[in-house]
Design a protein around this ligand. Structure first.
Ligand code: NAP
Length: 464
């Protein structure tokens, strides 16, 4: 925003921090000093800091508290000033405790909507959800909003037999249910019960996990409270490094496909529990940002009190299969291998696919626990330490594979007609400056020439 729309007046950034100084420090270290901002630094030279500080204002807050946890006077001032809200706060852990996921992903949007209603000049509210909020839907998945009471299981049940009744999913009831349980459960088993509960409720209503389930409920809350507020829900699939803006390969965090890519390159991920033909839906982060900017321009101008959903996803316009992705990783690490602690290059082999957990865990246990070359040189103590390390690795991989199993066998792909309409509405110059055309990306070139290098530079920071 700061780079491409320099006329922007001010952006208030809600930051979790213990006080103003801590929020200021987070703004400095996590944003202003980030490599992502190097182009802005070059653009503004010595005035970079003063320009950015005049536009980016850190505000201490917490999305799931009343007034978003902001100081009352500041909240009042902000409510009178702002014309746009962009909400990307969420807890993104897939197998999170149900109470915590509800707090961030359901109560967060609830508090946000209460605050949005106080903002008299608000023209648009943008909320980030996820394409996987569509849960266990299969085939071509449309950009359809969720409404309170609905669920994926209900859709399935009623499509098979329209007269069958299935309980309505009501976010307030889930919050109420968990809050009552919290008082009834004894401390020592609370965490595990909450983790299992999220998983059970998600599966009952037709989602794969607590994260996607609570994100879908967050959408329902927004829809049920929106009244006259124009809403855009952005549903990205799996976000990866920048394709080209402001430069290629920038990425933050180490999640979802990146641990799999890196562990594979290091020889620690020799097999995968998944379908080689399953589509891996990825979208570079600059495309997500550009689509959001284009949606802000369009719907902020129209100001129609409706809710529009955008799938910012590639699977229907430029599909990439799991085996293609792993082949690109093989090509990359075959040419540019990691070097292990002994200074030897790690030789990667083609990824082996498994369709059940038992075969998968037998295979990785056999591959990782047996390292004959290493074992011969070790004494008894070193040998047992190594076995413990390998066992931990195997447990980690089994857990990782269990969490991502539904996505490694995913049977859906995302329609993005609204994205295409958005692109058609843009002028040629806008299309150039805010490129959202996912169909033109050559995934082989992207993974070999941009993404894996980006992860190595910005996430591993040169460490192997
Ligand atoms: N990354 C993806 O592949 C992907 C894909 C689809 C959709 N999305 C959606 O995109 C959005 C951003 O995702 P991300 O990948 O950037 O996630 P992330 O790295 O986990 O960041 C989430 C942000 O939300 C903040 N947050 C969490 N709880 C909060 C609270 N109670 N009050 C205020 N801030 C809070 C976190 O603050 P702290 O820094 O203080 O922890 C963090 O900055 C989310 O809504 C996510 O569901 C992401």
């Amino acid at each position: 925003m700061l780079r491409t729309t320099p006329k922007i007046n001010k952006i208030y950034l809600l930051i979790r921090a213990k006080d103003k100084e801590a929020a200021f420090d987070r703004l400095t270290s996590e944003i202003m000093e980030s490599k992502l901002f190097k182009c802005l630094k070059e653009m503004h030279g010595e005035s970079y800091e003063s320009i950015i500080r005049s536009k980016l204002v850190p505000i201490v807050g917490n999305i799931h508290e009343p007034n978003l946890g902001m100081d009352r006077i500041i909240a009042h001032q902000i409510a009178h000033e702002i014309d746009l809200i962009v909400d990307c706060a969420a807890n993104t852990t897939f197998d999170l405790r149900y109470d915590l996921a509800l707090e961030a992903n359901v109560n967060g949007p609830y508090q946000l909507m209460l605050f949005a209603k106080k903002c008299k000049n608000l023209k648009l509210l943008i909320h980030f959800s996820t394409a996987y909020a569509s849960g266990q839907r299969e085939g071509l998945i449309y950009e359809k909003p969720f409404t309170m009471g609905g669920s994926i299981t209900k859709e399935k049940v009623t499509s098979h037999s329209p007269s069958t009744k299935f309980p309505s999913l009501i976010a307030a009831n889930e919050l109420d249910f968990v809050s009552k349980l919290k008082n009834a459960i004894e401390n020592n088993c609370f965490e595990q019960i909450m983790k299992d509960l999220g998983d059970e409720r998600a599966k009952l209503y037709g989602w794969h996990d607590t994260y996607s389930f609570t994100k879908a409920m967050g959408e329902m809350v927004i829809d049920s409270m929106r009244e006259g507020i124009p809403i855009v829900i952005i549903r990205p699939s799996t976000i990866t490094s920048t394709y080209e803006q402001p430069f290629s390969g920038w990425v933050q965090g180490f999640r979802v496909i990146d641990p799999a890519i890196v562990f594979y390159g290091k020889g620690d991920f020799p097999g995968v529990l998944g379908d080689p033909n399953c589509l891996v839906d990825v979208v570079p982060v600059d495309v997500v940002v550009n689509a959001t900017m284009a949606a802000i321009a369009k719907h902020g101008h129209l100001q129609i009190p409706e809710l529009n959903v955008y799938h910012v996803a590639s699977s229907s316009v430029n599909p990439l299969s799991s085996s293609q992705l792993m082949n690109y990783c093989y090509e990359f690490f075959h040419s540019f291998p990691f070097v292990n602690s002994k200074g030897d290059q790690v030789k990667v082999k083609n990824m082996k696919y498994f369709d059940n957990m038992s075969d998968f865990s037998n295979y990785i246990s056999k591959k990782l626990l047996k390292q004959p070359d290493d074992v011969q040189e070790l004494n008894e103590v070193e040998h047992s330490k190594m076995q413990i390390r390998f066992k931990r690795k195997v447990e980690y991989l089994k857990n990782f594979s269990k969490v991502y199993e539904p996505y490694a066998f995913y049977k859906g792909w995302f329609h993005n007609g609204n994205m295409r309409k958005l692109m058609e509405d843009m002028s040629e110059e806008e299309r150039k400056n805010f490129d959202i055309d996912l169909s033109k990306i050559n995934w082989r070139n992207y993974f070999l020439g941009i993404h894996i290098l980006g992860v190595k530079e910005h996430v591993l920071k040169g460490r192997s």
